[in-house]
Ligand binder design. Structure first.
Ligand code: ADP
Ligand code: MG
Length: 592
């Protein structure tokens, strides 16, 4: 064996033998079993299927079968369907601009056939319509070679069976994880498409066990209930927004977000579709995340399904082999609409009595949930039950209708709703939210030049001015901001060196006095959102503390003030203000 010289010796360039080229090309599309399932599902959906059944054995390495009732493939086109770059979905490059199908490259079946044994049985809609009793055609390929042709009886639609995946690509086979890992990936993809297509009935069986199924009700909330076994009315809030309706660039958002009690430890349950295509898009995920940042505890992520619909022209799906990345023409507008919609929904959703353990990818929801009788997967009967339209009164109406009963630990207001459910309201956080919104409404955007006396806030003079000392690098910014701070009710003046004298504060002066050094540092922060952070600081430091006894009238006043807030359910730090024990929860727990 030559050693060093091989490094430098050059081998002439030659074309790869077709079978090698095939397998390399296939590797781009078919990385692991789940890629096969994904491509077959997309084909079934493109064929207009209303019902799709998926069967998997051995993590997909032994067998994967997808059966649909779509428009089928005519017998004389079967072989063409398995050839590379053959598709019925586009004819010329311009067609990419009006793409309405998930597939378009014409390489999935060819790629699968290059690295496995594939059998396709299909009965096309044409043969059914002609009334001719033609049986379905069957074609088998192994490593791209046709190994069998035949006929079989079946109703309209297509069944694709894939066996021995990667039998001829040992390198790839070596890298496969355990069948269980592959099965989990397949389950995730199946769930994603089931969420994406609520009007289609899905069923996934792994090792002959039904893992998930949906009823094809067409309703997204019902579909989510079927997949996750959740008491949806209590934990999901609808999302919807549209922009530029009627214009040629109109786009629409719709979906659901789990409320704060359903917060998850991973992003796994965030699902985004663009024109029916599941996408993995950094910019869109960033927009989603800025929507819930600060509204969910740190490190928590929502259960979220978001459908974005826009003109095909405004979308480029042709940027990634698996077509999961897309380019959006109007990314900035879409992103900001997403952020706003999510934020608004979460700000309104109250928390549940206790944090529910999310069932996760598994199906069985172990915990007994309030008011829900589950019978395996047959939740179709609950359609009405789960309807999002039934969502009760708005949070403002609801809070204003609460009747305070008592105070718990001198910290929590107990209140009864007209429907007999129990609400617990954290008095400190509620007051904090009220003050924060008041400060924002009144003084946000107060600029140095807007020193209009009429709009000066109520400033409370401190009995004794407080001296605060700042760090050297903070002094300049703080001094520049003095007029603005004055506009917010914080009247300060330079007191020589790095010291400032604080004469007045907005709100409860007694309580704030002790916190002025900390607040001054916030006011001197070199950041874009220093004003908001200062409002949060002011609100936190002047709000009613826990341990303060409140009479019923004071409790009612606080609830009324909270009812006016635009985000009554979360404090400005993102923690819950309200806990809710629903009537059905009580009935369930007491077993009434
Ligand atoms: P693409 O989906 O990009 O067109 P594929 O290799 O996945 O490429 O499929 C090739 C062609 O085979 C499709 O364009 C379609 O006409 C046909 N086909 C594949 N699967 C099905 C199916 N389940 N039902 C009907 N037609 C199908
Ligand atoms: Mg396809």
């Amino acid at each position: 064996m030559t050693t060093t010289s091989t490094h430098f010796s050059r081998v002439p360039i030659s074309a790869l033998p077709p079978d090698v080229a095939e397998r390399i090309a296939a590797g781009e599309v078919i990385e692991r079993p789940v890629s096969v399932v994904k491509e077959l599902l997309e084909n079934a959906l493109d064929a207009g299927a209303r019902e799709i059944r998926i069967e998997v054995r051995g993590g997909g390495l032994r067998l994967m079968r997808v059966t649909d009732d779509g428009y089928g493939i005519p017998a004389d086109e079967l072989e063409r369907a398995c050839a590379r770059h053959s598709t019925s979905k586009i004819r010329r490059v311009e067609d990419l601009e009006r793409l309405r199908t998930l597939g378009f490259r014409g390489e999935a079946l060819a790629s699968i056939a290059a690295v496995a044994e594939v059998n396709i049985v299909s009965r096309a809609i044409e043969s059914e319509a002609s009334g001719a009793e033609q049986p379905a055609a069957s074609l088998t390929l192994r490593g791209s070679e046709v190994t069998g042709r035949g006929h079989k009886a079946r109703l309209r639609g297509t069944t694709v069976t894939v066996r021995d995946l990667f039998y001829n690509v040992p390198a790839r086979l070596k890298f496969m994880r355990s069948p269980r890992t592959e099965s989990a990936h397949i389950e995730q993809v199946a769930r994603r498409y089931a969420i994406g297509y609520p009007a289609v009935r899905f069923q996934l069986a792994q090792e002959e066990q039904i893992i998930l199924q949906t009823s094809g009700s067409g309703d997204l909330a019902t579909t989510l209930a079927e997949l996750y076994s959740l008491p949806l009315l209590e934990v999901l809030d609808p999302l919807s927004a549209s922009l530029d309706e009627g214009s040629e660039h109109a786009f629409r958002l719709h979906g659901y977000i789990g409320n704060r009690a359903l917060a998850q430890n991973s992003r796994q349950h965030i699902t985004v579709f663009v024109n029916g295509r599941w996408v993995h898009s950094r910019p869109l995920f960033d927009a989603v995340e800025s929507g819930y940042r600060g509204l969910l505890p740190k490190g928590k992520h929502p259960l979220l399904v978001l459908h974005i619909t826009l003109p095909p022209r405004d979308l480029d799906a042709n940027v990634h082999p698996a077509k999961t990345e897309v380019k959006l023409m109007r990314e900035a507008e879409i992103s900001s609409a997403i952020t706003k919609t999510i934020r608004a929904a979460l700000e309104r959703s109250p928390a549940l009595p206790e944090t529910l353990d999310f069932p996760g990818p598994g199906l069985v929801y172990q915990r007994h949930l309030p008011g829900i009788r589950r019978r395996g997967l047959h939740v179709a009967e609950t359609t009405g039950h789960y309807s999002a339209q039934q969502a009760g009164p708005t949070s403002a109406e609801l809070l204003a209708s609460l009747r305070p009963l008592a105070q718990l630990q001198e910290a929590v207001i107990l209140a009864e709703a007209p429907d007999g459910s129990l609400y617990l309201i954290d008095q400190h956080r509620a007051h904090e939210r009220v003050i924060y919104e008041h400060l924002r409404r009144t003084y946000a955007g107060v600029q140095a030049e807007q020193q209009d006396e009429e709009h000066w806030p109520e400033a409370h003079l401190l009995l004794e001015p407080v001296v605060v000392e700042l760090k050297r690098h903070e002094v300049d910014l703080f001094e520049q901001r003095l007029p603005m701070l004055r506009g917010m009710g914080l009247e300060c003046e330079r007191f020589g060196g790095r010291s400032f004298l604080v004469r007045s504060v907005p709100g409860n002066s007694e309580q704030l006095a002790g916190h002025l050094p900390e607040l001054a540092r916030m006011a001197a922060e070199d950041s874009n959102d220093w004003q908001d952070r200062l409002f949060i600081g002011l609100a936190c430091r002047s709000a009613l503390r826990r341990g303060r006894v409140l009479g019923l009238d004071e409790q009612r006043a606080l609830l009324n003030a909270l009812a006016q807030a635009s985000a009554p359910a979360v404090c400005p730090h993102g923690s819950p203000i309200i806990l809710h024990y629903s009537r059905s929860f009580l009935i369930d727990r007491f077993d009434w």
